[in-house]
Design a protein around this ligand. Structure first.
Ligand code: ADP
Length: 319
């Protein structure tokens, strides 16, 4: 394989730049030309593609977001639209493609693979919700951003004896809420994977107050309900002074942590190794600190699971 391309797609995540850098440098090191596709699948279809050199990825490893930019391209589900993208790749003699993104992006990658483009996926999303990998690129950075916010909120919560509800990202996946709740010492975490009765939470807060607790912190994943809804629900059962913090898009930004940079570099390098061996239709990942590959077909079998033991532990530690 002499020419490959790389794109970032879907929601951006910190560490995507480090992954692109690894793909570009690993490929050039092995005399493979690399093209950057700007704006994800939209750029692929609209031929927003240019050759990348070593210098193009200089001074990028520490930057959040993605310099290749990302875009939503719903029309990419249409075979005729994808065909335009495939023709653009063929016109440049590009034989392999690395797609960095979440599960939506993987669906597109799976289709391209079926349609004859050698494709490897790299998991880039803060949600940590992709099968076949223990961690996705960006999760650790977002986790640390949330923990920093929880710590700050805790300072003010204890000064005013209030219950704080912190709404974090995660439509279908509770990893960010669970991990940040555990690390931030939250009293309760609400995640989409586990149903929890609001009355039980209210009772727990009430018992805490009776034992002399000065404040409570509840972390709620947006997929369960909004922070405001959570506050309204609680007030049906107890009379507490609640404050809501919706962390929003700040969770997606910032300079990637060391763990995310290392993960991105390892996965980027591995993706190029696989393409150089003509392997295709695979998503790379990390499991028990080993680099792994999983077929796109297997990635879509079953839902991503949270660590139930960790969930139980967070409950046990938050009494
Ligand atoms: P993420 O990759 O973060 O999950 P999205 O779900 O928005 O983000 O997906 C990113 C892009 O992947 C979409 O804008 C679309 O171009 C492409 N995509 C998503 N689902 C499919 C599909 N079923 N077939 C082809 N392309 C898809």
């Amino acid at each position: 394989m002499k020419k490959i391309a790389v794109l970032t797609s879907g929601g951006d995540s910190p560490g995507m730049n480090a992954a692109v850098r690894a793909v570009v440098r690993k490929a050039i090191y092995h005399d493979v030309e690399v093209y950057g596709i700007f704006q994800g699948y939209y750029g692929l279809v609209h031929n927003n593609i240019r050759k990348l050199e070593l210098g193009d990825v200089g001074d990028k490893i520490q930057r959040g977001g993605t310099f290749l930019q990302s875009a939503r391209c719903p029309e990419f589900k249409e075979p005729e639209v994808r065909q335009k993208g495939i023709e653009n790749l063929k016109a440049l003699g590009i034989e392999g493609l690395v797609v960095i993104g979440g599960d939506g992006s993987y669906r597109g990658a799976q289709r391209l693979n079926e349609e004859g483009i050698k494709t490897i996926g790299i998991p880039g999303t803060i949600d940590n919700d992709i099968n076949g990998t223990d961690f996705t690129i960006g999760f650790d950075t977002a986790l640390n951003t949330i923990i920093e916010s929880i710590d700050k909120i805790r300072d003010t919560a204890s000064s005013h004896e209030r219950t704080f509800i912190i709404e974090v990202m995660g439509r279908d996946a509770g990893d960010l809420a669970l991990w940040s709740g555990l690390a931030g010492g939250a009293e309760t975490v609400l995640i989409p994977e586990v149903k929890k009765d609001i009355k039980e939470i209210a009772d727990k807060i009430q018992q805490g107050i009776e034992r002399g607790k000065k404040h409570s912190i509840i972390v709620v994943a947006e997929g369960v309900m909004s922070g405001h809804e959570c506050g309204e629900e609680l007030k049906k059962y107890i009379n507490v002074d609640t404050r809501i913090s919706v962390l929003g898009h700040m969770q997606r930004g910032g300079s990637p942590t060391g763990l995310d940079r290392v993960l991105a570099s390892r996965l980027g390098g591995f993706a190029v190794e696989l393409l150089m061996k003509d392997e295709t239709g695979l998503a790379v990942g990390i499991q028990k600190n080993e680099l792994t590959k999983t077929t796109f077909d297997d990635i879509f079998v079953g839902e991503h699971q949270i660590d139930r033991k960790m969930y139980e532990l967070s409950d046990e530690l938050s009494i």
